[in-house]
Design a protein around this ligand. Structure first.
Ligand code: MG
Length: 158
């Protein structure tokens, strides 16, 4: 077996009138993420990391935002499709680590709900999925609450 790693990064703009969905979990927030799908920035980063580890390109190739099928899409459903693609390519997903960069709200108890939601979509134990969060310290687009960014790294065997 050969261990391979994939990295994923995404960011979305924060706007009024949209919900804030992170890792498939909706958080209480006056601002939400703008995008063609549900704009779940964390799940998008995980999808890109998965595709990267398997050498399968990126999220825009598989789920183009020009495609009306993906308007307001539940990104967790896209993640499930990406997991199937990675498995079909002969890889076993081992571990996922993530970092969210958002100023507010604090994740609090949602952290474990996000972890469980991602783990279920990835068909992994929650112990193989980690969710970290950091603020922007009031600087940059994260700190000014203009957007949210996410990073993910996925390890696969294959
Ligand atoms: Mg995205």
């Amino acid at each position: 077996m050969t261990v391979r790693a994939g990295i994923g990064y995404d960011s979305h703009r924060l706007v009024a009138g949209r919900s804030l969905v992170l890792g498939g979990v909706e958080l209480e927030s006056e601002l939400g993420l703008e995008g063609h799908s549900d704009a779940d920035v964390l799940t998008h980063a995980v999808i890109d990391a998965l595709l990267g580890a398997a050498g399968l390109g990126d999220i825009g190739i598989h789920f183009p935002d020009s495609d009306e099928r993906y308007r307001d899409a539940d990104s967790i459903e896209l993640l499930v499709v990406a997991v199937a693609l990675v498995r079909a390519a002969g890889y076993t997903i081992v571990h996922v680590d993530t970092t969210l960069a958002l100023e507010t709200p604090k994740l609090g108890g949602a952290r474990e709900r996000i972890r469980a939601r991602l783990a279920r979509a990835l068909a992994l134990n929650a112990s193989a999925v980690n969710v970290k969060a950091t603020t922007g310290e009031a600087i940059g687009f994260v700190g000014r609450r203009e957007g949210v960014a996410a990073l993910a790294i996925v390890t696969v065997d294959g």
